[in-house]
Design a protein around this ligand. Structure first.
Ligand code: IPD
Ligand code: CA
Ligand code: CA
Length: 265
């Protein structure tokens, strides 16, 4: 059992994550560089094959549900029943053989997150959350940090693929945070796991100036169920669309919003 909670959707998500994770583990283990010199293509194979395996499990259980998947499923986000999938979050880590990547699967009912799993298949780490039932790492309940101020915290950050104004704004915000005596900045390269690190109390806050729904759909529920808060970088409710994002332990939310406000254009 991956968590002492169970809902019908969580058990489908668990089976789907296992199927996707098995595909990723195989590519990761078998050494994609040896099979093909074109790393990007090979990673693409892993992405597509994992997404196919995940969607097969979901469709078998819920043929009428919509699926939004990064690679090849453009499900309607206004559907009553929606699954949101990133079959491989942390592509760059995967490509460089860093075992910090994940399968991210979320189930939304009428636009609201109900169940989420972020699964690191190499480390066999299960981050599981269900609305109203808490957040769990490998079956153990987790909670956000109780830090009251930035000078007690590590802050996680992500850079979208943009190397222009968005990257500059991110760097400026990092400088600003550093001047406020945070313990440090971390950029681990897998947004879904960054969010889980807020939920597990490792990061006091995490922000990124652009993410897609499949990057945050499961992780945001994990943070919320661990007692934290997730909004856009301007403090608005998170849309089910590409957006900037701030996740914190709750207590640090306003102070980080203030910092980010100085750097958003
Ligand atoms: C990316 C990762 C990364 C984040 C990027 C995402 P991908 O997803 O989550 O940490 O900084 O914004 O696009 O491309 O590896 O699935
Ligand atoms: Ca992603
Ligand atoms: Ca991806």
């Amino acid at each position: 059992m991956i968590a002492p909670i169970q809902t019908p959707e969580l058990s489908v998500a668990e089976r789907a994550a296992l199927a996707g994770g098995e595909v990723l583990r195989r590519y990761f283990r078998d050494g994609f560089e040896i099979r093909n010199k074109d790393v990007a293509n090979l990673v693409s194979d892993a992405d597509i094959e994992a997404e196919r395996a995940i969607v097969e499990v979901i469709r078998a259980a819920h043929p009428g549900h919509e699926v939004l998947g990064e690679e090849s499923h453009r499900g309607d986000v206004s559907a009553e029943h929606l699954w949101i999938i990133d079959p491989l979050d942390g592509t760059n880590n995967f490509a460089h053989r860093i075992p910090h990547h994940a399968v991210s699967i979320a189930y939304y009912r009428e636009g609201r997150a109900e169940a989420g799993i972020v699964y690191n298949p190499v480390r066999d780490e299960w981050h599981v959350a269900a609305r109203g039932q808490g957040a769990y790492l490998n079956g153990n309940r987790v909670r956000v940090a109780d830090h009251e101020s930035l000078d007690q915290s590590l802050v996680g950050v992500g850079f979208y693929y943009n190397r222009g104004a968005m990257m500059e704004a991110t760097l400026e915000a990092i400088g600003d945070l550093k001047r406020r005596q945070i313990h440090g900045i971390r950029r681990f390269g897998t947004a879904s796991l960054d969010l889980c690190m807020v939920g597990m109390g490792m990061f006091g806050a995490y922000f990124e100036l652009e993410l897609s729904p499949w990057d945050f759909a499961a992780g945001r529920l994990f943070v919320e169920e661990a007692g934290g808060r997730v909004t856009t970088c301007r403090g608005a409710e998170l849309p089910l669309a590409s957006t900037d994002i701030l996740a914190t332990n709750g207590r640090l939310h306003d102070v980080v919003l203030d910092v980010l406000a100085r750097h958003l254009t």
